[in-house]
Design a protein around this ligand. Structure first.
Ligand code: F6R
Length: 610
């Protein structure tokens, strides 16, 4: 969602603000802007659409200043227009914001009654106008920031500049993350560490309610009661997987192809360095034993939720633990009754998803052990959970999650195996057999990728459809849901996933000769049932794509289908093999339809508002 960069620099900042906004493009946005304190005072440039439009605008009308803020906006309140784009300026105050000011309407009418005017439909503008009003009432800039923050309900990460203080910047966070970067004679604000990575690796993660005052040489941090506080300066590791596309046309394709490596890297962290056996990482010491755990809850959103839906089968079948998965936005308000001695896993690529973070806080209040399965080690979810089980997928830039999903599956599978061993539902021998299968994931995924050409060819079946259905049984049911999500988010084709067994209970009414059906059905114990469902669809002239292994493809011979043969593999690791096919189907279909694969319309990478 909205991206923020702020620089108090010792050289003109526009080029760096612009370069950072390009780096933040992956978060999803629909307009962008930059403000700086120039010799004419506060000035800004804003534009709708791609950063290239803002760049063109700056080429025509440059901004030269040493202190500046930049923003990519993902519209919440008010359409994507230049008027609604950040930075917002009121009088001598300029601000950028990520989050939602929930009481903006009340504040707006209060300020209007006091004679202040508004130019936009955004919730954010009240931040600028309120601070401006406090300045006009006689407060100093710093006092005005502190006083204004106490009036806001909702979530915010803010960057604030005052025309009267050209070498100073303020930042504040509540609900939405914000990072302070300590440079050499310069200071930075960023919506995440990736934003400021080219400038510094020394960062401070502001805590809930914190705000800060930055000059080129100094920083001060205050808590929500305005008391000066010390926050740890952390050195962030530079990610070895560079955030560029290499020779791939899209980040998404690059990330799909990175999976053998990202899975291997993740599994390596879960392999005992001496004995070579699968185990949880040393620094993820659990202060509980899975043998005494009564229930496992897994809470997450979107693709991460589908990873947990696959893992639900593993925890129940392998470890015999009652398991429940939940969508975080529902969980957090449902007041779920949680069993004693249960553990809750929060699965998130970004580690910043607002609903997942709120669900984590709910569980902590209930006294439940919390485990974060996250891709960003320094994220809010990682920092607040009792235990972190990292995925080591590297930075995921494509909005559609791919390599993070398979890395999540890998961590959840190892955790379920670990739980099975602790509970005695798996013998040492069975554990070893499963471990051997896990060791094959990377090479099987690699083999799946080698079928890319064939996968691309089968996309002809669906690329002109208006609706596509995905069906699966067992672990392949959540995979069908994930396949449908991938297709809809990047190709804009309406796609739905169903449990094959549910077909006759309603969805079959939708089948016509214009609705392709993708069956995910390797030859497991449910294969024959899946093929019966396939026949039912074929009898109603639905064009079928069967994704199976060699035996499955051969046995389905005769049914009027297009088939896609995936590598033979142990059932345990089939979700990894079949994910690749579903990801590539979505990718090639989107490319055939000419959509913006890496930045699909309306979507944001990191969903930091609810
Ligand atoms: C879909 C996708 C989203 C995310 C969801 C959760 O491709 O990427 O559905 O999975 O927004 O995000 P994280 O994992 O960052 O919590």
């Amino acid at each position: 969602m909205c991206g923020i960069i702020g620089i108090v620099g010792m050289a003109p900042v526009t080029a760096r603000l612009l370069a950072t906004l390009k780096r933040l493009e992956y978060r999803g946005y629909d307009s962008a802007g930059i403000a700086s304190i120039t010799e004419n005072g506060l000035e800004r440039r804003r534009s709708v659409g791609k950063i290239a439009n803002l760049e063109a605008c700056l080429n025509d009308d440059p901004l030269v200043g040493f202190t500046g803020i930049g923003h990519t906006r993902w519209a919440t309140h008010g359409e994507a227009s230049e008027r609604n784009a950040h930075p917002h300026i009121s009088g001598k105050v300029a601000i950028v914001h990520n989050g939602i000011i929930e009481n903006y309407a009340a504040l707006k009418s209060e300020l209007r009654e006091a004679g202040f005017e508004f130019q936009t439909e955004t919730d954010t503008e009240v931040v600028a106008v309120l601070i401006d009003s406090l300045l006009q009432s006689g407060l100093e800039a710093k006092e005005a920031v502190g006083a204004a923050l106490k009036r806001f309900h909702g979530a915010y990460a803010l960057g604030i500049m005052f025309e009267s203080q050209p070498d100073v910047m303020y930042g504040a966070r509540k609900g939405s993350p914000l990072v302070v970067g300590i440079g050499n004679g310069e200071m930075f604000l960023g919506s995440d560490a990736l934003a400021i990575a080219p400038y510094t690796n020394k960062v401070i993660y502001l805590e809930e309610g914190d705000w800060c005052r930055l000059t080129r040489e100094s920083y001060e941090v205050f808590d929500s009661e305005d008391k000066p506080v010390m926050r740890k300066v952390q050195t962030v590791e530079t990610e070895e997987d560079s955030a560029d596309k290499g020779n791939y046309p899209h980040y998404m394709l690059k990330e799909i192809y990175e999976q053998p490596r990202s899975i291997a890297k993740t599994l390596q962290a879960y392999t005992h360095p001496v004995h070579g056996t699968l185990s949880l990482p040393k620094d993820a010491t659990l202060d509980f034993d899975f043998s005494t755990v009564s229930n496992v809850y897994m809470i997450s959103c979107g693709t991460a939720h589908y990873a947990t839906r696959v893992a639900e089968y593993w925890f129940e079948q392998i470890a015999g633990i009652p398991c429940k998965t939940d969508i975080a936005s529902e969980f957090r308000y449902r007041q779920p009754a949680l069993a004693k001695n249960s553990v809750a896993l929060f699965v998130s690529q970004s580690g910043e998803t607002a609903d997942t973070l709120a669900a984590l806080r709910y569980c902590k209040v209930q006294g439940i052990k919390t485990i974060a399965v996250v891709n960003v080690r320094t994220s809010s979810i990682a920092r607040e959970a009792d235990v972190v089980l990292p995925t080591l997928a590297g930075p995921e830039i494509g909005v559609a999650s791919t390599k993070a999903f398979t890395a999540q599956l890998a961590v959840l599978l190892v955790t379920a195996l670990h739980a099975g061993l602790s509970r005695g539902t798996l013998s040492e021998d069975e554990f070893e057999t499963h471990s051997k299968s896990v060791a094959e994931i990377g090479s099987k995924v690699d083999e799946s990728l080698s079928r890319d050409g064939v996968i691309r060819a089968v996309c002809e079946l669906i690329c002109d459809a208006d609706d596509v259905f995905y069906l699966g049984r067992g672990v392949h049911y959540p995979l069908a849901l994930e396949g449908a999500l991938k297709l809809k988010e990047i190709s804009y084709i309406h796609a739905e996933g169903f449990a094959s067994g549910e077909l006759k209970h309603g969805p079959i009414a939708l089948i016509t000769d214009k609705t392709p059906i993708v069956f995910v059905a390797p030859t497991d114990e449910l294969y024959e049932k899946s093929i019966s469902n396939l026949q039912e669809v074929a009898a109603r002239k639905g064009p079928v794509l069967l994704i199976s292994d060699r035996k499955g493809v051969e046995e389905a011979g005769g049914a009027p289908t297009t088939t896609l043969e995936m590598p033979d593999c142990d059932q345990l690791i089939a979700p990894f093999v079949y994910s690749v096919a579903l990801q590539l189907i979505a990718y090639h279909t989107a490319v055939m339809r000419g959509t913006d694969v890496d930045q699909p319309r309306n979507l944001a990478k990191s969903v930091t508002v609810e």
